[in-house]
Each structure stands twice: as C-alpha cells, then as structure tokens.
Write a protein that binds this ligand. Structure first.
Ligand SMILES: [Zn+2]
Length: 56
C-alpha cells in the first residue's frame, strides 16, 4: 500500500521512504516516539507496531 499524504498533517509525501511509511520525516519521528511509548507499555517490538500499521 502506498500513501500520498502524511497521515498526521496531510502534507504531500515526496520521497519514496515517506510514501512507504505514510508519514513525512518530521511526523514520522513523532510517530516513532509515540510507538516507543506504546512499546514500553505493551512490550511489543517496534517493528511489529510499524508493520501492523503499514498494512492495515
Ligand atoms: Zn506530516
């Protein structure tokens, strides 16, 4: 699945990595921080969380 806009702020995504992630670089950093907090709560791996969201 490919994303054309950032899931957080709605800006258009230009680079391939951002499109694959669905977030711009800045929002992705924030998103990762949120995931890390969730990871600490749930004891999941960060990769489980990222891939689960990417393929919903
Ligand atoms: Zn954004």
């Amino acid at each position: 699945m490919q994303h054309t806009e950032c899931a957080t702020c709605g800006r258009k995504l230009k680079d391939k990595k951002s499109i694959e992630r669905g977030y711009g670089p800045v929002c992705y950093d924030k998103h990762l921080q949120a995931i890390e907090e969730e990871f600490e709560r749930n004891q999941m791996t960060i990769y489980d969380v990222i891939e689960g969201e990417a393929y919903v």
